[in-house]
Design a protein around this ligand. Structure first.
Ligand SMILES: Cc1cc2nc3c(=O)[nH]c(=O)nc-3n(C[C@H](O)[C@H](O)[C@H](O)COP(=O)(O)O)c2cc1C
Length: 378
């Protein structure tokens, strides 16, 4: 089947991946209320369609922090992409590069920031995402490594004071360490293509945390536990600001007051996000939280958003509500699971095609012109 939309890629990934890996991508915290709200609230928004506008020339290129993007889209940080496909982050970064956009690499990636940056041109650096542990020496060294390979934009994720209970993972035994039951083994054995790709590849580790790759993913996983630091507060952003030379985006903001605080502590960007519904179940959808945050920061910051983007139309809606670009998570993870780099490229191209079509039918010639006047009152 040639995938024509993100749901097709999701179905392909569901077939190819063991249930526990698919559920880890597809699932969210507890009752998954917030994850569902991310979609439902996008679906409720209606366009104000204009006609007989010359849309033969369409402008979708976007500049983010002085860097050029072919469209207003970034691949959001997703940890452990090597569990989805062999050296998943390398494949995703190459796909992003081929489509003229960029990957934001997670702290808890399987490939290191050095490996991933080496896979794309030095002139088009990847973004780097930070989880902040209590070990300041380790964090400083990691930030310096990211800057040494040329990363400019740092995305500091702040919505992880606790891990967030993903009940599908607990049921499947997809935990650190895993709960190896007969059904766990059967799940792996009945997905031989995935097993050959991922389990026979380079040893799975977390190479930002363990650059040598000698530690097993389990051992590094324990370090990852330490990255969930309930003691984090705004002083940590001050500390990061003192080390990081380029723009900082604070990711995981849902409240206008927190957006103002982020700017007061030195951030240049806000990413409105509820972590794809994987943290606080019952938090508002990202798209519903976006307008108040845009109003709070005005033109003092670049506002991005993620959560529930599955159609190019969603990107148009988010831009109309004031986001400068969207980040996508599961949409590209399904592609990676379906067919590696090719699948990630397909995901980006599908969204690009839909974005173009939505802009044309809306009667809007440039993403720069999108504002609330292109939406009907809700
Ligand atoms: C499998 C998975 C792993 C994730 N890992 C990280 C991570 O390492 N760092 C981070 O800041 N956010 C992480 N997130 C959250 C995403 O960056 C993003 O906020 C979310 O996926 C957006 O929602 P969407 O998947 O509906 O696009 C992860 C999300 C998923 C689904």
């Amino acid at each position: 089947m040639t995938p024509i939309n993100i749901e097709d890629l999701r179905q392909l990934a569901k077939k190819r991946l063991p249930k526990m890996v698919f559920d880890n991508i597809d699932g969210a915290a507890h009752d998954e209320l917030t994850m569902r709200a991310n979609r439902v609230d996008f679906e409720r928004i209606r366009f104000r369609q204009r006609v007989l506008v010359d849309v033969s020339k369409l402008e979708i290129e976007t500049e983010l922090f002085g860097e050029k993007f072919a469209m207003p889209l970034v691949l959001t940080p997703l940890g452990m992409q090597g569990v989805i496909a062999r050296e998943g982050e390398l494949q995703a970064a190459r796909a992003a590069e081929r489509c003229g956009i960029r990957l934001c690499l997670s702290t808890v990636s399987t490939c290191s920031v050095e490996q991933v940056q080496a896979a794309v041109p030095a002139a088009r650096p990847i973004w780097f995402q930070l989880y902040m542990s209590q070990d300041k020496g380790f964090m400083k060294a990691l930030l310096e490594r990211a800057q040494a390979v040329g990363c400019r934009v740092l995305v500091f994720t702040v919505d992880g004071a606790s891990r967030g209970q993903r009940e599908r993972d607990l049921h499947n035994g997809f935990t650190v360490p895993p709960r190896v039951t007969p059904s766990f083994v059967l799940d792996v054995l009945t997905h031989p293509r995935w097993a050959a790709d991922v389990l026979l590849g380079p040893r799975l580790s977390m190479r930002n945390i363990d650059p040598s790759g000698r530690q097993s993913v389990m051992k590094a996983g324990k370090v990852m536990g330490g990255l969930v630091n309930p003691a984090n507060d705004w002083r940590d952003l001050d500390w990061v600001r003192g080390i990081w030379k380029g723009p900082i985006v604070v990711k995981g903001v849902l409240d206008p007051e927190d957006a103002r605080l982020a700017l007061a502590h030195g951030a240049e960007g806000i990413s409105v996000s509820n972590h794809g519904g994987r943290k606080l179940d019952g938090a508002p959808s990202a798209i519903s939280a976006l307008p108040a945050i845009v109003d709070a920061v005005g033109d003092r910051a670049t506002v991005l958003m993620d959560g529930g983007v599955r159609r190019g139309h969603d990107i148009v809606k988010a831009l109309a509500l004031g986001a400068k670009a969207c980040l996508i998570g599961r949409a590209f993870a399904y592609g990676l699971g379906a067919s590696g780099q090719t699948g990630v490229e397909q995901a980006i191209r599908i969204l690009e095609g839909e974005l173009r079509e939505a802009m044309m039918l809306l009667g809007c010639t440039s993403v720069k012109k999108l504002d609330r006047s292109w939406l009907l009152p809700s």
